[in-house]
Design a protein around this ligand. Structure first.
Ligand SMILES: Nc1ncnc2c1ncn2[C@@H]1O[C@H](COP(=O)(O)OP(=O)(O)OP(=O)(O)O)[C@@H](O)[C@H]1O
Length: 340
C-alpha cells in the first residue's frame, strides 16, 4: 500500500508510472506538476513561494496525506493487486542424475544478488534455470523445490501468465514475426500498459545499441537483426520494460555484445539474477557461483577477494581481445604491440 514514505521517496514521474490515476488528484487540487516530474511530491510542494502558499491556501502536509489516501482508495476501488515483491528465492535440494541427494540443504538468494551457474556442458545448468522458471515443487526431474519469500508459490502465481515473476533470456531467439523493431517494442510496451510508450521505446533502443556493435534503428525489421543485435535488444527490453523481479540468463557470452554493460543494465534494479555461463568473467562478476556436476548442485562458492583481483586482470585481457576483434572486423592487420 502507498504510504507517505513511498510518496516522499520516489519522483513524480515514477509515482505516475506506478499509479497513473493520480493525475486526477493533481487536477482536482489544481496542482500543475509540469516541469517537476523529476522531483518528489514534497519537493514540488515546497517550491511554492510564501505568497503562493497563502494565496491558494496550500497545506503541504494535508496534500501529501491526501494523496496517500487517494492512492489507497483507488487501489481498493479498482481492485488492483500490487506487484508482489520478491525479497528472496530459495532452492531446496533435489537429486543429481544418479538419484543421489544434492550436496546442500538450501540456497537462499536475496534481491539485488547475482549468482552464476557453472559446470561442464550437459551437467544441468539450464535444468536449474528451468526449475526456477517453473517454480519447481518436487515435480521436475531434479526433485528440487523453489521457495519465493520462504514460501511455496501458490498455484495462482505459478500458472498465471500476467503475473510474470521471472524473465528469461534464453539461448534461442527465433523471431518469426514480421515486425520492425519499433512495432515489436510497441506491442510489448502496450502489453505492459506503460504510459510513456515512445519514451520507453527510445530508451530501449538506445540501451540496445549501446550493447551491440553495429547500430540498428527502429525501422529495422526484427528478422534482419543479427544474433548479437537481437540479443542486445532482448536484454535492453528485459531490463527496461520487464517488471519481473527474477531474471534468468542462459549464456550471454556468445552473442558478441558487451557482456559487462549487459549485466550492469540487468542488475541496475533490485532484481535477483541467475546466469548459466562458461565465461570466467561473468562467473566471477557474480557474488556467488553454483557449481553443477552430473545434474546436481555440488557446491556454492562465494567470490573471494583474490578472485575479484583476478577478475580485474581478466577484464583487462578481455579488452585486449575485444580491441583485436574490432581491428580484425575493420579489416586491419594485427601487430605484436597490442599484447604489451
Ligand atoms: N538432476 C537431474 N536429474 C535428471 N536429469 C537431469 C538432471 N539435471 C539435468 N538433467 C538433464 O540433463 C540434460 C542436460 O542438462 P542441461 O541442458 O541443463 O545442461 P547444461 O549444463 O545447461 O549444458 P550446456 O552447458 O551445454 O548448455 C537435460 O536433458 C536435463 O533435463
Amino acid at each position: 500500500m502507498a504510504d507517505n514514505r513511498i510518496i516522499n521517496s520516489i519522483t513524480l514521474k515514477e509515482l505516475l508510472e506506478k499509479y497513473p490515476f493520480i493525475i486526477n488528484y493533481f487536477s482536482n487540487n489544481k496542482l500543475d506538476i509540469e516541469g517537476f516530474e523529476g522531483n518528489t511530491f514534497e519537493e514540488y510542494l515546497n517550491h511554492f513561494s510564501e505568497e503562493e502558499i497563502e494565496e491558494w491556501a496550500i497545506d503541504t502536509k494535508k496534500l501529501i496525506e491526501g494523496l496517500s489516501e487517494y492512492i489507497n482508495q483507488m487501489i481498493e476501488f479498482l481492485g488492483i493487486k500490487e506487484e508482489k515483491s520478491v525479497e528472496s528465492l530459495t532452492i531446496l535440494a533435489g537429486r543429481d542424475k544418479n538419484g543421489k541427494k544434492e550436496g546442500f540443504e538450501e540456497i537462499k538468494i536475496n534481491s539485488g544478488e547475482i549468482v552464476s551457474i557453472v559446470g561442464p556442458t550437459g551437467s544441468g545448468k539450464s535444468r536449474l534455470l528451468a526449475d526456477i522458471e517453473w517454480a519447481a515443487q518436487n515435480d521436475t526431474p531434479t526433485g528440487r523445490t523453489i521457495l519465493i519469500n520462504n514460501e511455496i508459490l501458490d498455484k495462482k502465481w505459478r500458472f498465471s501468465s500476467n503475473n510474470k515473476l521471472v524473465a528469461q533470456l534464453s539461448q534461442n531467439m527465433n523471431f518469426v514475426m514480421d515486425l520492425t523493431v519499433h512495432e515489436f517494442l510497441e506491442l510489448h510496451a502496450q502489453s505492459r500498459m506503460v504510459e510513456n510508450e515512445e519514451e520507453v521505446i527510445k530508451n530501449i533502443i538506445e540501451a540496445a545499441n549501446n550493447l551491440a556493435g553495429e547500430k540498428f534503428n527502429l525501422g529495422t525489421p526484427i528478422t534482419s537483426l543479427s544474433g548479437g543485435q537481437s540479443r542486445a535488444l532482448m536484454i535492453a527490453d528485459t531490463a527496461i520494460l520487464s517488471s519481473s523481479p527474477i531474471v534468468l540468463i542462459d549464456e550471454i557470452e556468445n552473442a558478441g555484445i558487451d557482456r559487462k554493460k549487459a549485466l550492469n543494465l540487468l542488475v541496475s534494479s533490485d532484481k535477483i539474477v541467475l546466469m548459466a555461463t562458461h565465461d570466467p568473467i561473468l562467473a566471477l562478476m557474480a557474488d556467488r557461483r553454483i557449481v553443477i556436476k552430473n545434474g546436481g548442485i555440488d557446491k556454492i562458492i562465494k567470490t573471494n577477494n583474490e578472485e575479484k583481483e583476478v577478475l580485474l586482470k581478466l577484464e583487462k585481457m578481455d579488452r585486449t581481445i575485444q580491441s583485436m576483434r574490432n581491428s580484425l572486423r575493420n579489416g586491419e592487420e594485427l601487430n605484436k604491440s597490442i599484447l604489451k
